[in-house]
Design a protein around this ligand. Structure first.
Ligand code: MF3
Ligand code: CO
Ligand code: CO
Length: 258
C-alpha cells in the first residue's frame, strides 16, 4: 500500500462527493431532536444521498448494516442507528456519513446536541472541534503527516482528555479507507511528508476519561469508552494543495480559519 496522489480529475470527483457528505449533515441537523430514533435519521440520510445520485459508503461495508454511524454519549464511533436508540434531553451525538458519488468517496462527521447539555459535555465538543482545527492547520506541503496528530494530542493533554489511539483518520477518495493512516497521537516530525494531491481525513476522538475503547461483542461495531465517560468527534476530508489545504467537506464556509 502507498499514498495515492490524486489527478485533477479525481480531485474534482472527490470534491463533489465530499461536498455532498457535508450537505447530508446540514440536511439532517433540524431533525436531530428529543424523541427521534437514530434509525429514522439514518433512513432520511440514505434517501437524501440516493436522491442526489450517491450511495452511502457504510451500507454493507464489511458487513456494516446502516447508511451512517450515529454515536451517542459514551459511544466513541461506529454506533449503529436503531429504532431502540431514542434521543433524549442532554444527549451529545456524532453523526458520520460517507458518500460514494460517481465512484468517489467523501467522509465527514460532526457533533450535535439535544436540548440542554452539561457544561463539561459542551466544553468537550468545543475542544474536540478546536483539536481538529489545530490538526487542519498543520496540513501543507512539506510538513510531516505526524504533526497533525502531534498538534491534536498536545492540545488535548492540556485539558486532560484521553485521545483515542485505536481509530485513525485515513486516506480517502478512490477507496473508503486508503493509505496513509492519520494517527491522532503521532509524534512530532514523524511519518511521510505531505504532498499536493493527497486526500485524507482528520477525525480526532477525545474522551472525558481514559482513551481506551471497547467494541461491543454482540454487534461487532459499537465502540464505547472503557470507563463509560463521554466522547466527542469531528471529521473532515482534506486535500493538500500547493499552498496549504482545502477542507473538501466544509459546506458552511468555516475554512480557512482567519
Ligand atoms: N466513516 C467512518 C470513518 O470515518 C467509518 C465507518 S465504517 C462503518 O472512517 F463500517 F462503521 F460504517
Ligand atoms: Co473517516
Ligand atoms: Co467518517
Amino acid at each position: 500500500m502507498s499514498i495515492v496522489i490524486k489527478t485533477p480529475e479525481q480531485i474534482d470527483g472527490i470534491r463533489k462527493s465530499s461536498k455532498l457528505a457535508g450537505q447530508v449533515l446540514e440536511y439532517i441537523a433540524p431533525f436531530v431532536k428529543e424523541g427521534v430514533d437514530t434509525e429514522y435519521l439514518d433512513d432520511l440520510m440514505r434517501k437524501y444521498m440516493e436522491d442526489h445520485g450517491a450511495i452511502p459508503a457504510t451500507l454493507n461495508y464489511n458487513g456494516y448494516p446502516k447508511s451512517s454511524c450515529i454515536s451517542l454519549n459514551e459511544v466513541v464511533c461506529h454506533g449503529i442507528p436503531s429504532k431502540e436508540t431514542v434521543l433524549k434531553n442532554g444527549d451529545i451525538l456524532n453523526i458520520d456519513v460517507t458518500c460514494i458519488l460517481d465512484g468517489y468517496f467523501g467522509d465527514t462527521s460532526r457533533m450535535f446536541t439535544v436540548g440542554e447539555v452539561s457544561e463539561e459535555a459542551q466544553d468537550l465538543i468545543d475542544d474536540t472541534l478546536h483539536a481538529l482545527n489545530l490538526g487542519i492547520q498543520q496540513v501543507r506541503p512539506g510538513n510531516y503527516l505526524g504533526n497533525i496528530g502531534f498538534a491534536i494530542t498536545r492540545f488535548a493533554r492540556t485539558r486532560n482528555y484521553g485521545v483515542v489511539y485505536e481509530f485513525c483518520g485515513h486516506g480517502v477518495g478512490i477507496e473508503f479507507h486508503e493509505d496513509p493512516q492519520v494517527d491522532h497521537t503521532a509524534r512530532k516530525n514523524s511519518g511521510p511528508r505531505l504532498r499536493p494531491g493527497m486526500t485524507f481525513t482528520i477525525e480526532p476522538m477525545l474522551n472525558l476519561g481514559r482513551p481506551k475503547v471497547v467494541i461491543d461483542e454482540e454487534d461487532g461495531w459499537t465502540a464505547t469508552t472503557i470507563d463509560g465517560k463521554l466522547s466527542a468527534q469531528f471529521e473532515h476530508t482534506l486535500l493538500v494543495t500547493e499552498t496549504g489545504c482545502e477542507v473538501l467537506t466544509d459546506v458552511r464556509g468555516d475554512y480557512p480559519i482567519s
